[in-house]
Write a new protein. Sequence first.
Length: 477
Amino acid sequence: MAEVKEFTLPDLGEGLTEAEVVRWLVEVGEVVAVDQPVVEVETAKAMVEVPCPYGGVVTARYGAEGEELAVGAPLLTVAVGADASAPAAAEGSGSGGADGVVAEADGADAAEDGGAGETSGAVLVGYGTGAPPARRRRVRPTPVPAAAAGQVNGVASGYGRHAVTPEVPVRAEAAEPAPGPVPVISPLVRRLARQNGVELRMLTGSGPDGLILRADVERAIGAAGAPAAAAEPSAAAASAPAADAGEVRIPLRGLRGVVADKMSRSRREIPEATCWVDVDATELLAARRAMNEAGGPDAPKISLLALLARICTAALARYPELNARVDTEAREIVRLERVHVGFAAQTDRGLVVPVVRDAHARSAESLSEELGRLTGAARDGSLTPGELTGSTFTLNNYGVFGVDGSTPIINHPEAAMLGVGRIIPKPWVYEGELAVRQVTQLSLTFDHRVCDGGVAGGFLRYVADCVEQPAVLLRGV
């Protein structure tokens, strides 16, 4: 007999605790292979396809498209084993709905694994056994008689929220929890049960196909005489003042939520200070034109951001105190040998910070090429979590928004960020005479724990000198 295995949402990157279901790639009743992508999810960092570590027949899906799931919450269940090609006939509860294949293995039979189903220990994106994809096919659900349905606890597909008919949720005759997946979609329901010591396997859900709902858990808490401590969100919502007619509430989740959390943490933990200087960028723009003309019409163009990144890496070599982070638990400043430059990029999804690895070892042409590649990936949403983490210093060109200056918030846990304002013609004293020059403002926000103002001022002045006289960089070549 086939064994039904539950696949939960894996950890998809550093610090990620949830992901939003964007698109299901398989249907209930479809045959999947080991490490075949089954769902496309959007994390706060990237859009990724999640592969399933089991080969068999999909018996249930959890979470509708657009729903947010916590890491560790169930994604789907797969019937694995010799009878996996017909799980519905052997084990399904036959709901008859749109996602009507639901199943769960009997505990005794699940212990016998015939070895016919393939499994993979790799659940993270980018890893796998390389098993060939299976031919997709549908398995029709087979209705199960009422007598047999009483012996199998069906798991709903997790699509949608249906009306609830309050019934007695407690399985009185059960002496011990039943094996197999628990028919629960919402992580909030699981947390409510965990906080109040309710065993979900002892409940019979009042939702469609036995789905355990929040009301079921709350009734079980009340029946046991336990205080419904975890029900405070409802109480808080009830006591909250009614929203104005024109009020719009936007959940802080996904990318926006992560940005909010990271910026708040930066402000809480880092005693930051900002210094700035106006700079004549006329010579830098002329140097860029000369570089691009020397490369010929078919050569890749060097961007202004690439030149600024190259100047920053040279400045960090002189002032390594700013290529660092603070280990608050050990009370240590950790200086980093390699420079990974992050740069702020505004996209339709919001602000992201792609990372150029080993920027200190790249030429201006190499930096320009990598910056262009990462910018394109940011715009089409194809950046991987690895391309959005690990920066040691951030460059923020907010001049593209037509503003002159800013006091940027440090990208935690880095120690500094350089901001660049718009470059515009302004009156400027050049070689003792008043002239119209291309002027910009540079601002450096730094962690005052890693250095004092002298180091920060020296770094910013060196960057300014390189912008005003690019030949200064030749001293380090």
